[in-house]
Design a protein around this ligand. Structure first.
Ligand code: SAM
Length: 188
C-alpha cells in the first residue's frame, strides 16, 4: 500500500457522510454541470465515488467516466460502487504517469483534490489534466477554502491560468456553517 491509503476508520466515516448526508450536495453539483450523456468525462481524485455515482447516472451508452486516484483502496471502493463495463474506467497513479490519450475528454472534474496536493504537484497535475482534455473541453473545479486547510480562489485561478486554461466563471460561496467553497469553470 502507498502512503496515500485511507485507514478503515476514514473509509467508514467517509462512506457514512458522503453516501448519505452529503449525497444531495454532490448530486446538485453534478446537476449544475452541462452533461448531455455522450461525453468522455475524467474525474481526478474520485475518492469513495460519492460524486462518481451521480456522474455515472447521467451517462448514456456512448458516454464514459474515467476515475483517477492515487489510492488503490479508494479506487477499489469506487469500482465496487460502479462495477465494470464499457462506460467506466479506473486508473491508479499520478495522472502524468497514466497513458490517457491526448485531447480525449470533453469534461474534467476536480472536486476537493487540488488543495490536498503538495504545492509542487498542483501545476503538473493540472497540466496533465489539460493535456488529455479536448480543445474547448470544460473543467469543473470545486475546492474548500478553510483557514489552514484549503485553497483560495486566487490560488486556483493562478494554477489554471499558468497551465493555459481560460477561466469561464468563478465564485466563492459559503453554503455550510463554516467552510467556504471556491468554484471555477474553465476551458481548455
Ligand atoms: C478529499 S478526497 C475527495 C474525493 C472526491 N473527489 C470527493 O469529492 O468525494 C481527495 C481524493 O484525491 C485523491 N488524490 C490525492 N492526491 C492525488 C493525486 N496526486 N492524484 C490522484 N488522486 C489524488 C485522494 O486519494 C482522495 O481520494
Amino acid at each position: 500500500m502507498s502512503g496515500y491509503e485511507p485507514t478503515r476508520g476514514e473509509i467508514l466515516i467517509h462512506k457514512l457522510v458522503c453516501y448519505s448526508i452529503l449525497s444531495p450536495v454532490y448530486a446538485s453539483y453534478v446537476r449544475s454541470m452541462a452533461i448531455q450523456g455522450n461525453e468522455q468525462i475524467l474525474e481526478f481524485g474520485s475518492g469513495s465515488g460519492a460524486m462518481s455515482k451521480h456522474i455515472y447516472k447521467r451517462l448514456g451508452p456512448k458516454g464514459c467516466l474515467a476515475c483517477v486516484d492515487i489510492s488503490r483502496r479508494w479506487l477499489d471502493i469506487v469500482r465496487d460502487r460502479l462495477g465494470f463495463g464499457t462506460r467506466v474506467e479506473y486508473h491508479l497513479g499520478k495522472i502524468w504517469d497514466l497513458s490517457l490519450s491526448e485531447d480525449r475528454f470533453d469534461i474534467a472534474i476536480v472536486h476537493f483534490v487540488l488543495h490536498d496536493l503538495p504545492r509542487s504537484e498542483r501545476v503538473p497535475s493540472m497540466m496533465a489534466i489539460r493535456r488529455c482534455m479536448k480543445p474547448n473541453g470544460t473543467l469543473y473545479i470545486r475546492e474548500p477554502d478553510e483557514a489552514g486547510h484549503g485553497i483560495s480562489l486566487d490560488e486556483i485561478e493562478m494554477v489554471l491560468v499558468k497551465v493555459g486554461f481560460r477561466i469561464g466563471s468563478s465564485n466563492s460561496r459559503k453554503p455550510f456553517l463554516r467552510s467556504r467553497m471556491n468554484e471555477v469553470i474553465a476551458r481548455k
